[in-house]
Design a protein around this ligand. Sequence first.
Ligand SMILES: Nc1nc2c(c(=O)[nH]1)N[C@H]1C(S)=C(S)[C@@H](COP(=O)(O)O)O[C@H]1N2
Ligand SMILES: [Mo]
Length: 388
Amino acid sequence: MTSRTRGPRFALPPHRPPAFTGPLHDARTATALGRWLGAAFAVCFVTGLVSHYLQHPPSWLADDLPTRPVWGYRLTQGLHIATGLAAIVLLLAKLWTVYPRLFTWPPVRSARHALERLSVAVLVAAAVFQVFTGLLNIVEWYPWAFSFVPAHFAVAWIAAGSILLHVAVKAPEIRAHWSRDAAGTLGAPAEETADRRSLLLGVGAAVGVVTVTTVGQALTPLKALDLLAPRHPDHGPQGLPVNRTAAAAGVSAHGLGEWRLEVVGPRPYTLTLAALRALPRTRARLPVACVEGWSVDADWSGVPIRDLVERAGGRPGAAALRVTSLEVVGAYRVMEMGAEYADDPLTLLALTLDGQPLSLDHGFPARIIAPDRPGVLQTKWVHRLEVL
Ligand SMILES: Nc1nc2c(c(=O)[nH]1)N[C@H]1C(S)=C(S)[C@@H](COP(=O)(O)O)O[C@H]1N2
Ligand SMILES: [Mo]
């Protein structure tokens, strides 16, 4: 392993690299952890793409996003956050296993070796960046100058590309150490195998603890165990969490007496709150599924958006909608929804939550609630709809 065994003393390089003798810094351990880490990153990548394209669909897709199942986004985003949190533990374990290679001597043996090391450096940087920014995002702490969403999205591609490259370069080693009795692993001393099993069990237990203490933020049957997630599904006004409060959005009860719903289209009109309340309503049980991982089902009632659109002269099934909030400034003040959402009978301008009028923090007087949509697009404090 070390250069000590390779020839006379005077031939040693001037900076002797540290020697690592622990048997768990080996290819079998790296492969066993790498498989789980790769699986976690794959789920994160795919669910992240789902989240991105639901929020920023390319124009050819904008009117054909799926509105069913109603809990689709709840599931994909719950998985995104759960696998992302698990990946933190797996990444730390994997980095510990391979870190002796950082001290490889000589640092560069050939052009190929240099490229391989460079690709690993990119991979590690991208992976650490993704889990770190993702974690800070779920606690809503942004100690950096860039914008989280575009950065997290761009680096996801770098991470995915460098993982694919890494798997391709390491394919022979991965194959040789894939299973406990694969060629490269057979014949290892029994105590080494036992040590490895303990390490893998420990990592598995840590992943289990992290998952069980956070997943209840979305998987509500486990909410009693949700000790570490930043949001608890029951904590908030009307028993539902709030990401952006009315105060933070600059909306106050003051002045809402003058509130009117303004609907712009071929036949524009305005409605007072009393007039809006008098329209036929629909009830729907739909989740708020926050991109930050928490989600809760609730009973909503309100006026179907498609009724409001039709009344403004919008063509049923063909009209997209722009929704504007009373919010003063904020990234989610204006939201657009494609025709498939605008036309869905479950997409509501909601007036009540669990049978009570919306509280100010949940979007009083009226908010959007639509099936299979990211929470950021469930616009609160709506005052204007434009048929597009
Ligand atoms: N106008 C406006 N609506 C908004 C937001 C916002 O910042 N501004 N935040 C959204 C986010 S991130 C989520 S998760 C949901 C949460 O809804 P709730 O606060 O009623 O639980 O509201 C959405 N509606
Ligand atoms: Mo959210």
